[in-house]
Design a protein around this ligand. Structure first.
Ligand SMILES: NC(=O)c1ccc[n+]([C@@H]2O[C@H](COP(=O)([O-])OP(=O)(O)OC[C@H]3O[C@@H](n4cnc5c(N)ncnc54)[C@H](O)[C@@H]3O)[C@@H](O)[C@H]2O)c1
Length: 334
């Protein structure tokens, strides 16, 4: 579905992090609806390197891009010479999704270098090319601030959240110093949907619970999961937000959620219904400190300034996604 009247045909579009979950969805969105667009992906893909938490250092996967016909620049945000390859193009739009997206990486140096240092290059590239820049911020910037979380009232509680908070501050300064630039930061809440599988353990609980059920195992939830509420947002609403962010009434930073928080228990229950199972839920104690217990995006300014309007309830999103979840299970897990 086209979300506004912008004709991206004959435009040159950079998607950093295009081998990842959200970036690859954006790439296929443009390829499908704007076949004359030049789409350039910048991503380091995955190596076998892991962080001390055992997770991969980057989750980009070639399988997210099977069928993609655009250009791919394999490069690392931490390597200036890699980023400089992007100067061979002149971009009209830049969607900056690449980052260490794992909220449980605690090596502050690597997070800050990867997520923040590279952002200056991306901002300068957008400035030089007169490109609209839409970048991924995060609800992690709010830490445990009370709901509804509102832009301007952040309190990050981990290095990842701080890195996105720092990006927002830098973006606001750029907006002030460069009033003609179009810069929009999108604070995604908990995104779920197609092409998230290769995020491994950091993929959403939707796919993780569904795969437990498909393996004929009872869903395993934290104790009190009916009272842990999050704003789960479907990937198609995230794409909508990115497209609408290309013509904001005003540069700035905006929340991308549904404003309707739901519990982890709801996810398990909806999935059981979709998959026709009736397992008794197993509960275990939550091992995580600094766990967000209630998130709910305040989307008033996102509606006003971007025209963003979430279309997918949790039930509808999971229903739309369930066939993909099954396909992934049968092709990647069994
Ligand atoms: N998925 C969510 O729920 C969510 C929520 C809030 C914010 N975000 C943000 O949205 C963006 C996209 O997230 P995602 O869920 O698609 O995650 P993802 O991990 O699937 O995508 C990130 C991509 O960046 C690439 N990357 C990582 N380090 C890199 C480096 N040093 N150089 C080049 N490429 C590198 C990875 O290979 C990967 O393809 C990220 O900035 C993330 O922080 C996501």
């Amino acid at each position: 579905m086209k979300y506004n009247n912008i004709d991206f045909n004959h435009k040159t579009i950079l998607i950093t992090g295009g081998a990842g979950f959200i970036g690859s969805n954006l790439a296929f969105y443009f390829q499908e609806f704007f076949p004359q667009a030049t789409i350039v992906i910048f991503d380091c893909f995955r190596s076998e390197a892991t962080f001390s938490n055992g997770n991969l250092q980057s989750f980009g996967h070639y399988k997210n891009l099977i069928g993609f016909k655009g250009d791919i620049v394999c490069g690392n945000l931490n390597q200036k010479k890699d980023l400089e390859q992007l100067e061979n193009y002149t971009f009209d739009y830049i969607f900056h999704q690449a980052a260490i997206s794992d909220t449980r990486v605690y090596d502050q140096e690597i997070i800050m270098k990867t997520n923040v240092n590279s952002f200056y290059f991306i901002l300068e590239l957008a400035k030089k090319h007169h490109a609209s820049l839409i970048y991924a911020s995060s609800a992690a910037t709010y830490g445990s601030m009370p709901s509804p979380q509102t832009v301007g009232k952040e309190s990050p509680e981990n290095p990842y959240g701080f890195s996105k908070y720092a990006m927002d501050k830098i973006a606001f300064r750029y907006i002030k110093e460069n009033p003609s630039m179009n810069i929009v930061g999108l604070k995604y809440f908990n995104v779920y949907g197609a092409k998230e599988f290769f995020k491994d353990k950091t993929a959403s609980t939707v796919i993780q619970f569904a795969h437990q059920l498909l393996a004929k195992k009872a869903p395993r939830l934290f104790e009190g999961s009916d009272t842990i509420l999050r704003d789960f947002v479907y990937i198609k609403d995230v794409i909508q937000a990115n497209i609408k962010a290309c013509v904001p009434k005003k540069s700035g930073v905006y929340n991308v959620g549904t404003a309707k928080p739901r519990s982890f228990q709801d996810i398990a229950d909806i999935l059981q219904k979709e998959l026709g199972t009736d397992y008794q839920t197993e509960y275990f104690s939550n091992p995580f400190k600094g766990y967000q217990m209630h998130t709910q995006a305040n989307i008033e300014t996102s509606k006003e300034v971007l025209g963003y309007s979430p279309q997918w309830s949790l039930e509808a999103g999971i229903h739309d996604y369930i066939e993909e979840i099954k396909t992934i299970y049968f092709t990647e897990i069994l």
